[in-house]
Design a protein around this ligand. Structure first.
Ligand code: SF4
Length: 227
């Protein structure tokens, strides 16, 4: 479709339509829909950010004066969220605050929380990309098991996996239990079980893990986020 041509303001004001070269009277611009359109000289000049800054209320040029036709149409990707949930970045011990934007019960964006006294709305690149942690299509959502000596991973039913883990924990604890040391001092521990947590564990999960392993007598409990 041929581009729309606007009547030239300059030519109209001077009453000399046709006496001003076309290249001066008409200027190309890109409208918000991405179409190339021709506008009059006056409109073209008034579109310049510096002119809008000098003549309009936005004297610092950090608001409306700096917007193009296209950027005026843009909306924040969070504006369509149904609700916002405050959370903590799961990746490291800094504990930056996050705002999780939810639409139709799905996470649509995760951003820094300005109310967080820790991070004041900022996230490092890793924290800023944490939406992928829950939304990536290749996220592993099944129990994966590789048999002793096996070369392939196989999917396991969760119930079966939990029973296998319980059997191994009980057996290891029984075999490696230390009631006392060589001098008779009370130990009541097992050195046959250790736990290494990941930074994606949240506070509540870490609390339960520490409680469970302490109850089991396992004292080697660490987290990758602190190593
Ligand atoms: S990974 Fe980055 S965003 Fe997350 S808590 Fe650590 S420093 Fe903050």
């Amino acid at each position: 479709m041929a581009p729309a041509v606007f009547k030239t303001d300059v030519a109209e004001q001077l009453g000399q339509a046709g006496s001003i070269p076309v290249r001066l009277r008409q200027r190309l611009r890109i409208d918000p829909e991405g179409n190339r359109r021709l506008v009059g000289v006056r409109q073209w000049i008034e579109m310049w950010p510096v002119v809008r800054q000098a003549t309009g209320p936005d004297r610092t040029g950090r608001g409306d004066a700096a917007k193009s036709g296209r950027s005026q149409q843009l909306r924040p990707r969070t504006s369509e969220a149904d609700r916002v949930v405050q959370s903590i970045c799961p990746y490291c011990a800094v504990g930056c605050g996050q705002r999780i934007f939810v639409k139709d019960e799905k996470i649509i964006q995760i951003e820094g929380d300005p109310d967080s006294p820790i991070s004041l709305g900022k996230l490092c690149p890793k924290g800023a990309a944490s939406k992928q942690l829950v939304t990536r299509p290749d996220r592993v959502t099944k129990v994966r098991y590789r048999r002793p000596g096996g070369t392939e991973w196989e999917d396991l039913d969760l119930d079966r996996a939990m029973h296998m883990i319980a059997d191994r924990v009980l057996d290891t604890r029984r075999r490696t239990w230390q009631e006392t040391d060589a001098e008779g001092r009370l130990l009541r521990r097992t050195m046959g079980i250790a736990h290494l947590g990941g930074a994606t564990l949240d506070n509540e999960e870490n609390y339960l893990i520490k409680k469970l392993y302490t109850a089991l007598g396992a004292i080697q409990v660490e987290n990758q986020a602190r190593l």
